[in-house]
Design a protein around this ligand. Structure first.
Ligand code: F6P
Length: 543
């Protein structure tokens, strides 16, 4: 990939000039002036209808953003990404989560070797194992079928499987799946207290198998298990997903119980690998395969579609427009389904661990904004929580609204109410409410003129708040796969244009190193040299 500073491109210069002209345009005027605006800025693809028209853009803005993508050589970068080139240069790795969902006859080479057959072998192992646990033919040490699965992992080894399992709750089988991630002992003990060791299966997920939280929790779980089970029963109840076979064996898990992963799969993009074992156990392998199939379809859309009609590319460019020109700091993701309540948390790692970088691919400090802050909660709950700030606060917060045409339980009364809110909110954010409208509304009430005058400023809504509306046919495993892959590719495009390395995460290391030192000080009750604040806090903790 070429290292191009986006701010030095001709397109950036043109975008800056264009921004001066359009900054204060009102979207509602743009709609009034062009009755075809919605269709001009909408993309229909597969089960998706993606309406991008409620954005502070004109056709010229879109053209200039496309010029930026072209000048930053996005097309070549996409080819390098899918072809397995070492685009994660700082860690010397390819970035190939897309190979995990490629078709069985695809060819994706890493170091001259086609990795697809290995991927297929591991998928076969996940399938066979999931089937045996689900149908009860794989039994625990007393001959009973498993009832509970505990996934122990953190970051990408937790958030992906946890988010997908929650999102696909409707498709779940009888197995109860639990997730332990935090090194907080209360998390592991609270989960274990309700479980029966005879019928509990532990899935330890750690790419490196060196992560403190995961190893501590796995050790606690194994100790709990061994209190009632014979020593050799561990092999029936503990399996691991990791690329570090040696460390897994040192922990005491049989080699047959290891589901391998590869260094070309980043932790936060790993749910498509054997890291998805808990997903496959929770919803069955065919649903896991459908999730992968959805992601593969989105990969094909991203690879093969003209950038103007390309959903991840358009979402990425809009995000750059707000982040770098409007100086918006955050973006909200609002799914209008309770099932996707963990999606924003999942995206926080995917987006912020990837694009939270301040050094470019040349190793130089960047003087433009990169990664956005991401947050959100499902609608309608979020409407009763933070929407006030989006509507009337001082910050510009572009928001993705994700809604579904059909609900899963087919309760039309609820679904119509839910979706009425989905449409109403984006319309309200677009249109706002003028002073004249407020006066008319208040005029219909029995208020004095003074009372009306006093209330008017508080009831005016500026509007002009941008939103992307993604309307999907139904929440199925396949459509969920498409949504996740859509965000993965949005992250990639933004990283390419911002000229940063999106696939390392060096910023999380310093805290980990310091925690190791401080743990030794806590355990020996000897506080060493720290800043006075940390020293005082430690003394207080130890007293
Ligand atoms: O937080 C840093 C990180 O390396 C994440 O990128 C990763 O998902 C997580 O820790 C867990 O790592 P592992 O799977 O190696 O335990």
């Amino acid at each position: 990939m070429k290292n191009i500073n986006p701010t030095h491109t001709a397109a950036w210069k043109k975008l800056s000039e264009h921004f001066e002209e359009v900054e204060n345009l009102k979207m509602k005027d743009l709609f009034a002036d062009d009755e075809n605006r919605s269709s001009k800025f909408s993309i229909e693809w597969d089960d998706f209808f993606c309406d991008l028209s409620k954005n502070r853009i004109t056709e010229e803005t879109r053209d200039l953003l496309l010029e930026l993508a072209e000048e930053c050589q996005l097309e070549d970068a996409i080819a390098s990404y899918f072809n397995g080139e070492t685009i994660n240069r700082t860690e010397g790795r390819a970035v190939l989560h897309t190979a995990l969902r490629a078709s069985a006859d695809a060819k994706v080479e890493v170091g001259g070797e086609n990795v697809i057959s290995e991927v297929q072998q591991v998928k076969k192992k996940v399938k066979g194992f999931s089937e045996r646990v689900i149908d009860g033919s794989k039994k625990g040490y007393t001959g009973k079928a498993f009832t509970d699965v505990v996934n122990i992992g953190i970051g990408g080894s937790d958030l992906g499987p946890a988010m997908v399992t929650e999102s696909l709750e409707f498709y779940k089988n009888h197995l109860k799946v639990h997730f332990i991630s935090n090194v907080d002992g209360d998390h592991v003990h609270e989960t274990l207290k309700g479980l029966n060791p005879e019928t509990t299966l532990f899935v330890i997920v750690s790419k490196t198998f060196t992560t403190q939280e995961t190893l501590t929790n796995a050790t606690t779980a194994r100790n709990w298990f061994r209190k009632s089970a014979p020593q050799d029963a561990v092999s029936d109840h503990f399996v691991a997903v990791s690329s570090n076979v040696q460390k897994v064996e040192e922990f005491g898990i049989d080699i047959d119980n290891i589901f391998p992963m590869w260094d070309w799969v980043g932790g936060r993009f790993s749910l498509w690998s054997a890291v998805g074992l808990s997903i496959s156990l929770a919803v069955g392998y065919p649903n896991f395969e459908a999730l992968l199939e959805g992601a593969r379809k989105m990969d094909d859309h991203f690879k093969n579609t003209d950038f103007k009609e390309n959903i991840p590319v358009q979402l990425a460019l809009l995000s750059i427009w707000y982040n770098n020109f409007y100086k918006a700091e955050s973006e909200a993701v609002i799914p209008y389904t309770q099932y996707l309540h963990r999606l924003p948390a999942y995206l926080q790692q995917a987006i912020m661990e990837s694009n939270g970088k301040s050094v470019d691919r040349n190793g130089d400090k960047v003087y433009y904004q990169t990664g956005t802050l991401i947050w959100g909660e499902p609608g309608t709950n979020s409407q009763h929580a933070f929407f006030q700030l989006i509507h009337q606060g001082t910050k510009l917060i572009p928001a993705d609204f994700i809604g579904f045409k059909e609900s899963l339980f087919k309760d039309a009364d609820h679904h119509n109410k839910l979706m009425a809110n989905y449409f109403a909110q984006t319309e309200a954010l677009l249109m706002g409410k003028t002073e004249a409208e407020v006066r008319k509304e208040l005029g219909a009430k029995s208020l004095s003129q003074d009372e009306v005058d006093m209330l008017v400023p508080f009831k005016v809504f500026e509007g002009n708040k941008p939103t992307n509306s993604l309307l999907v046919k139904k929440l199925t495993p396949e459509n969920l796969g498409k949504i996740i892959a859509m965000y993965e590719h949005k992250i990639f495009v933004q990283g390419v244009i911002w000229n940063i390395y999106s696939y390392d995460q060096m910023g999380v290391e310093l805290g980990k190193q310091l925690a190791t030192q401080i743990l030794a000080e806590i355990e020996t009750n000897s506080v060493k040299n720290h800043d006075s604040s940390t020293k005082n806090l430690l003394k207080h903790f130890l007293s």
